[in-house]
Design a protein around this ligand. Structure first.
Ligand SMILES: Cc1cc2nc3c(=O)[nH]c(=O)nc-3n(C[C@H](O)[C@H](O)[C@H](O)COP(=O)(O)O)c2cc1C
Ligand code: SF4
Length: 427
């Protein structure tokens, strides 16, 4: 099995971003043409067959999501692309938006065709300011060439794309908070149900998918759902863009087929290339700060939704943060909890207060001032915040802490005894 592939990222670096002529020459818009002659149900069947799961982090089956929305009778329906990319350590949507915007636009247009939607919104992370401009140019080019806007390719189908921008709040990446933000409301999560497929943007049925998810749609229609699925594993169809950062020797975005091992991703000379400066790997953090921390003993786990979950890890956003032996786990976790403390929207008390308390205790631990009682309380808080928080932000805020505690218990105990094995904390 090849360790890297270029399917979703095939055009990145090969075509001038947003140039329709070059995109078409590279096989672009073949899938949209195909979609215009297919029944919506047949397109959804291909997505189901592809085994595609949402690439934004929650890994929900895209085929099931599309099939559900197809059953909803109410109109108009909206197509929304989540380009908030707020998960630390994640920069793969940036690659697609920058290097192949037309692939994302084509995926959204195909979705528009499936659901007879006439308006799509892409919510681009506020910090990606230059992308907001280049993406608008790509939209304008697609409209001018007849692939977007009114009467697409003479089919009578109209689809318009609008860019909306975030203002830097991580919680606005949560799909219902994102819709509130587009509507000009405070970007806080909504109560679910009702599901967004029934009551979404402007109270109408809505499809929300991640940038990479939409970018998979054209390749799926081009090669066929089953062929796409066959690249990956039984429950993880296709490929995944992974983002290597931290102490990786070759930081960057790589497209890998599901099923390669974590060892391959981190150490293969054509992928992560090992640890910078020839140091030892201490741990890796998968899926962003909301994901779990793994240790070297887990390196032979195949990178797939099903295999990672079995070992307490997850694909999440595709982030792979690599940490070498110089990193103190407790100090690292302080940064993780500080992030969640800063980003908690304050709507619910378990998250707002619980994360603050966890952060206070981890700070005490890093200063050598924590007690056994503090550690018991920390475990209780982690459990409470995970189980009772209103949205995914609070529910995942203690994942890194709990997984690191499992693998590095002696390092936690050392800090209780006022020692930092990595020599990082001032005790
Ligand atoms: C706090 C929080 C932040 C999130 N941030 C993002 C994000 O930046 N980008 C994204 O695609 N999904 C993000 N998600 C997941 C979305 O809620 C949603 O699952 C996703 O956009 C659905 O698209 P997909 O099925 O294609 O992954 C976030 C979820 C939570 C709880
Ligand atoms: S869990 Fe946190 S981010 Fe989510 S609604 Fe509650 S306070 Fe807001």
């Amino acid at each position: 099995m090849p360790k890297s592939l270029n399917i979703v990222s095939a055009n990145c670096g090969k075509v001038t971003p947003g140039n329709v002529e070059e995109y078409v020459r590279a096989g672009g818009y073949e899938s949209l043409k195909k979609a215009l002659s297919m029944q919506p149900r047949a397109i959804v069947d291909e997505v189901v067959a592809s085994g595609l799961r949402g690439r934004g982090g929650a890994a929900f089956s895209t085929g099931s999501k599309w099939a559900h929305l197809l059953e909803v009778r109410e109109n108009p329906k909206y197509i929304v692309c989540n380009a908030d990319e707020g998960e630390p350590g994640t920069f793969k949507d940036k690659l697609l938006l920058e290097k192949d915007p037309l692939c994302v636009i084509e995926g959204m247009t195909i979705a528009g065709r499936v659901f007879d939607s006439h308006d799509g919104y892409i919510y681009i992370r506020g910090e990606y300011r230059s992308i907001q401009h280049s993406f608008q140019k790509a939209i304008d080019n697609a409209v001018a060439a007849g692939y977007l806007g009114n009467n697409i390719l003479g089919s009578g189908f109209n689809f318009h794309l609008h860019i909306m921008t975030g203002a830097g709040a991580y919680v606005c990446g949560e799909n219902s908070a994102l819709l509130n933000s587009i509507e000009g409301k405070v970007g806080r999560p909504r109560i679910k149900p009702p599901h967004l497929a029934e009551v979404g943007l402007f109270q109408m049925p809505t499809l929300v998918n991640n940038v990479e998810t939409f970018a998979c749609i054209a390749p799926i229609l081009r090669m066929g759902g089953e062929a796409f699925h066959a690249i990956g594993t039984a429950e993880s169809g296709g490929t995944k863009l992974v983002c290597l950062s931290g102490h990786s020797a070759r930081r960057g975005v790589y497209e890998v087929p599901f099923g390669v091992s974590l060892r391959d991703i981190i150490f293969d000379p054509e992928l992560g290339g090992g640890i910078a400066g020839g140091k030892e790997l201490k741990f890796f953090h998968l899926g962003g700060l909301s994901g779990s921390i793994g240790c070297p003993a887990q390196l032979d786990t195949p990178y797939s939704y099903e295999c990672l979950v079995r070992t307490g890890l997850s694909v999440g956003s595709g982030a792979v943060v690599v940490a070498d032996e110089s990193v103190c786990v407790v100090d690292y976790l302080k940064g993780v909890l500080e992030f969640f403390l800063h980003e908690s929207c304050g709507k619910c008390i378990p998250c707002q207060k619980g994360i603050r308390q966890m952060y206070t205790i981890i700070c005490k631990l890093s200063e050598g001032k924590a007690t056994q009682e503090d550690m018991c309380l920390l475990k209780e808080l982690a459990c409470m915040v995970t189980n009772v928080s209103f949205c995914g932000l609070g529910q995942t805020s203690a994942r890194a802490l709990m997984s690191a505690w499992k693998h590095f218990e002696p390092e936690f105990a050392a800090h209780l005894n006022k020692q930092c094995p990595a020599g990082v904390c001032k005790l």
